[in-house]
Design a protein around this ligand. Sequence first.
Ligand code: DGJ
Length: 728
Amino acid sequence: MKTKLLLILTLGTCACGLHAKDYLISTPNTSLLITATPGEKSKFQYYGSRISEQDIQGVYDSGLVFGVESYPVFGLNTPGERAMAVAHPDGNMSLDLVVEQVYQYVSDEAEVTEVCMKDKVYPFVLKQLFKAYKGTDIISTWVEVENTGKKPVTLYRFASAFLPVPRGDNWMTHFHGFWGAEHTMDEEKLTNGQKVISNKDGLANTETDNPSFMLTMDGKPQEEHGNVFGGTLAWTGTYLIKMDVRNTKFNISAGINEETAHYILDAKKKFVTPEFAMTYSTTGKGGVSRAFHRWARAYKLNQGNVPHDILLNSWEGVYFNVNQQGMDDMMKAFSAMGGELFVMDDGWFGNKYPRNNSTSSLGDWEVCKEKLPEGIEGLLKSAKKYNIKFGIWIEPEMANTKSELFEKHPDWIMRIKNRPLSTGRGKTQVVLDLTNPEVQDFVFGVVDNLMTKYPEIAYMKWDDNSSLMDYGSSYLPKDRQSHIYIDYHRGLNNVLKRIRAKYPKLVLQACAGGGGRVNYGMLPYFDEFWTSDDTDALQRIYMQWGVSSFYPAVAMASHVSADKNHQTGRRLPLKFRFDVAMSGRLGMEIQPKDMSEADKAFAKRAITAYKGIRPVVQFGDLYRLVSPYDHKGISSLMYVTPGKERAVFYAYKISHFLNMVIPNVRMAGLDPQKKYRITDLTAVKTDKPCALDGKIISGRMLMNEGVALHTLLASEYSSVALELREVK
Ligand code: DGJ
């Protein structure tokens, strides 16, 4: 894949003002500097805004260089945190790594720097990689280790990244959550000590904290100002991100959570850690988000630059009560509203044990003849009739104890010998042992069989509603049980790679009981993710704000659901629900039969409007304007096209008091020289759009002074969705 063409930088021969041992790794707006001299420790010197080769001396002279090991290891004169700890076959627990060589080359997607190190005494080599993705401001780093000896080595600690940070008024932004409240943003000043975000779920690692964070260098985080570091671990298993903060120094370490997961590396084998991706913004948190969104669309989402369809998902409309007529009715109604894709959720499979609730059938991926006598063919026929695409729900990593799969393959389940089996959802759900290649074949087969029989299936929602409960595999040998957390995900990756190789265009949604798998370990195989099972538009404003920090709108499934909302019981106007859902990948999760004709007509207009602004929302640059976490009574954000000729602006009233203060909202990201015509996208009465509709205002005015919203957002749960188009 890589084209190793550029140069092997022979130390001491570089021109252009570089120190002989300096390796400058740059993106358009950031730079990372390491030094590496054969026989010595590799050093991390600088990470921040872009510098040129001529600036390097200045970085040294101004005392900005860190001068710390780029990958500190345990054992020799090593008090404090370390990136790696191992035990050699003779029991020695130390490493002493020095640089052998450095390679720099250009691949299809990046400029790569490899710092090759080896132990001075033991047969152990480590390669530290830095990858600067082309056309983005993201640099990722990870390590690959190889046991070049004859006996196994045990890895006890194996961080992907170990990075020094300038100590100052450092604040951390992270994204905590739980089922139904994923991606809730927390911001705090870091004081001396350690701050850890981590997860031990085993399968879905983002329902506690997302493995992403931002760090400021100089005070409280701001949207468009200040220097902010942003980082994310591209791994979907257990992880550990640790901030080690002292008065005089500050290190971040990030990687797989090694607790109860030490790994035995056999002779001649390699171990590769997940990528840790980072950016450095001088334009606040907004700069971090935009850098990650561009990177995600270009490299870390399947088909990240393809527009996403507007879909109706059957779950909240019928739950498990799937049948041919019901699905046909939903497709017909949704198609009439302008919908493009229908997704049949849970409840369609199982014959010996039909899937009528969560207590049975996972694993028996045959269409339930009782519920769907015409089979998937009948559903595809309906979809064709209504000129709509068809998608289907699966949860292929799972079984229920009440299933034919469990009866046939009890050994395929994660369980501990001589102990009772733990069960999850429906008190019968269990997890398949994906460390086992036979099970991997079965899971691949779930998708492959459906796609072979029904190639017209356009979309699959891949769910996971369980944690890794019992830490036991009948496939792994007894001295390798500690590999489960890692080998499960390697198995899952194998399956997903095979699916992608065979079905690159199949749209896959990553779901884990909502937003439990929103991470860059999972997303490269998926086109989008289910943000949360909580579809309450008010709570979604908070969650989607958090999601938007690292993940782009094109991938963020955001659905209009019933009034009253099934999760919170809240009642919200349909316009508000649409205005929120239209700021992500718009969809619906509702029973159309329960909608009034007026609501259907409104939905149709909103869907048409979304089709018009889809490229702006799904591929534009995000500017967050007023945070719901700032308690200003409103929240506002906008998307702007790269050429700044189009934008979409949203504002929501999120608390309501008589005569309350409603701030003017200053827009961002526009061209001050351009003039923009404003259009109300979702007026409830077409002949009564909001007062801004039709107005032509300069970008300068909109950004410097903003728009007044006190009359537009006067009533409870009022909202606006406005399009801005350049007027020549
Ligand atoms: C959990 C998902 O998040 C829901 O959207 C739905 O697909 C259910 N599982 C189905 O069991």
